[in-house]
Write a protein that binds this ligand. Structure first.
Ligand code: ARG
Length: 604
């Protein structure tokens, strides 16, 4: 028999604990509703509280368990008459807590709650004193690998790699903020048959190779293309190039040295891009995993996964009509064998619990097959919600104004350094135009132009759902109005200047002042500030940076169009409280910028 008990629900502690995120409203409410659900339907032990923000006229959050519960208990002699009466009971059984100001039941049993203003105010005040880290997500794993950027040696680093770099860096930053130990891995394409033809070509071009300086072979891409052309058209060259692969892989010193030198040239080019974008990465390229491949293939073979097919050795995956080739017909290893070895290494040597791959959606099938092979091998659990796990974070194309793949000035591909130069130069020109009165030194102007220019490029990418294609447009991303980094950076700088111009010592106010949320717009701002904790957790869990961008943009809009338009700050009776709200908004915005890899500017 399912019945509601009359037991007095015990009160729920909202004190901070290690595992518990105090600022996270959703989690706090889930704990409270959990108590109520246990009381309301004691026999249904596996019911999880379904709590979501709702921003409706009935409340701020909603518990949505009544319908599901009703379908479980109806016909089992329950005293409830339908979902609304289940909802009523859930509401009645809510334990007393300082978080909930009032609650009501609407429609088919939704329990709506209004969050207490005092609790919001207190939570923000605590955050200002204890730091925004107290609002960081608590995730159920300790170590993650983020495999991102990963360009290919001697080939161009194109916009696809830029997307991977920007998205991967943000995901790594969000996980780091959540106290996850993140191994940022650059899986550089530094191995493979292309090196044979490139080396052979360079040897031909520079007979005294040993003395050649880096600058002489500076433009590797051009040589790469030329060597490819030779390879495709000249059978004698092709033969030599194939021989070169054998020599290189056999460790012949002259070939090894040339290979290392080629890698070094590309590497310094990649690093210039990373430095400008403020991205940290540790290179463990494809070649790093070479020594592990034979054993991994042996293990997979021993487990009966590997079959012979048209001279190659392959793994068949259910429902996919092409097999995953793990040993080519010439006996060589490939992209897939390397990725299998990399997963083995990351799981066993690096003890990663979550391995995240950031590449364009075109590689989805590759990763799908590799991951499923690992599941079959028993390296990964079959269920996607268990750890260790692997996830492919795919993203769409960057398009030009013509709707085709993005290119600049009819060149074949976009050189990333040129693109970043242009972003910076354009933002500098716009800054000079807009801020005629500003007294910046040349160095300050450079710094601001870089922060704004690179920030604009990153934000224009991150604000879109990563799976959609987006159009690259400098004018749009550098606009100071609308949903752009420029607008957001200005909004933040303005907040800093409000505080500065008040002449008050904000550090002092944090200790002595009190936040009071009187005006409706103060409450709206306060609630939104507090929702940072659950938004960043969602962005982390679902690997969606656009969720954080949307939050940041809304925060800025609420601050500017509601709070700052309707609540006088400096000189008002509520000055202290409102300055603290400004400071809290600035703090949350700065953390968002940080997580998005954008450098905040304090004076523009
Ligand atoms: N180098 C590859 C490319 O440019 C991306 C590598 C992604 N990472 C991996 N473990 N497969 O497409």
């Amino acid at each position: 028999l399912v019945s509601a008990t009359t037991k007095t629900p015990q009160s729920v502690s909202t004190m901070a604990t290690e595992e518990d995120n105090v600022g996270n409203i959703k989690r706090q409410l889930a704990k409270i509703f959990d108590v109520s659900l246990r009381t309301t339907v004691p026999d249904e032990t596996d019911v999880e509280p379904l709590v979501a923000a709702c921003a409706g006229k009935f409340g701020d959050y909603q518990c949505n368990n009544a319908m599901g519960l009703w379908s479980k208990i109806k016909g089992k002699g329950t005293q409830f008459r339908g979902p609304p009466s289940v909802g009523q009971a859930i509401m009645k059984n809510l334990p007393p807590s300082e978080i909930i100001e009032s609650s009501s039941v609407a429609g088919p049993g939704f329990v709506n709650v209004v969050i207490s203003k005092n609790w919001i105010a207190k939570s923000i005040q605590n955050m200002l004193i204890d730091g925004i880290e107290t609002w960081s997500p608590r995730l159920p794993f300790k170590r993650a690998v983020v495999d991102f950027s990963s360009p290919n040696i001697a080939k161009e680093m194109h916009v696809g790699h830029l997307r991977s770099t920007i998205i991967g860096d943000t995901l790594a930053r969000m996980l780091e903020f959540s106290n996850v130990d993140v191994l940022r891995r650059n899986h550089v394409g530094d191995w493979g048959t292309q090196f044979g033809m490139l080396i052979e070509f360079l040897f031909e071009k520079f007979p005294n190779w040993e003395e050649v300086t880096e600058t002489a072979i500076g433009d590797l891409q051009t040589f790469y293309k030329a060597s490819k052309q030779r390879f495709d058209s000249d059978p004698v060259f092709k033969e030599k190039a194939q021989q070169a692969v054998v020599l290189l892989q056999g460790g012949e010193p002259k070939y090894r040295k040339a290979w290392a030198q080629i890698c070094e040239i590309s590497r310094s080019e990649f690093n210039r891009v990373y430095e400008r974008l403020g991205v940290q990465l540790e290179e463990k390229g494809e070649s790093f995993y070479n020594p592990y491949i034979p054993n991994v293939i042996k293990e997979l073979t021993d487990k009966g996964l590997v079959e012979e097919s048209q001279g190659a050795r392959v793994i068949f995956i259910d429902g996919i009509n092409i097999p995953l080739i793990v040993v080519k017909s010439d006996g060589g290893f490939n992209y897939a064998s390397t990725d299998l070895a990399a997963i083995w290494y990351r799981l066993n040597e690096e003890k990663a619990e979550w391995i995240i791959y950031v590449t364009d959606v075109g590689q989805q099938q590759h990763f799908d097959m590799v991951f499923r092979a690992c599941k079959r091998a028993g390296w990964l659990p079959l269920e996607d919600n268990k750890y260790p796990k692997t996830t492919h974070v795919g993203f769409g194309l960057v398009l030009g104004e013509d709707g085709k793949r993005f290119r600049t000035r009819n060149t074949e591909v976009v050189r990333l350094v040129d693109l970043l130069d242009e972003a910076k130069n354009r933002s500098k020109a716009a800054l000079i135009e807009r801020e005629k009165a500003a007294e910046w030194t040349e160095a300050e102007l450079e710094q601001i132009a870089e922060a704004v220019g690179y920030g604009a490029v990153k934000y224009a990418d991150l604000k879109n759902n990563r799976l959609t294609n987006y159009t690259f447009n400098f004018d749009q991303m550098l606009n100071d109005k609308g949903n752009t980094a420029v607008y957001l950076l200005y909004a933040h700088a303005r907040i800093c200047s409000i505080i500065r111009k008040s002449g008050k010592n904000i550090e002092e106010l944090k200790k002595t002042g009190t936040i009071v949320l009187e005006h409706e717009d103060e409450r709206v701002l306060g609630l939104h500030l507090l929702q940072f904790a659950e938004v960043v957790e969602e962005a982390c869990t679902n690997l969606l940076p656009n969720v954080l961008c949307e939050y940041l943009y809304n925060l800025s809009e609420i601050f500017t169009k509601k709070f700052y338009s309707n609540c006088q700050v400096v000189g008002s009776a509520q000055e202290t409280s409102r300055l603290l709200l400004c400071e809290a908004t600035g703090t949350v915005m700065r953390k968002c910028f940080h997580l998005l890899g954008i450098v905040p500017v304090y004076k523009i």
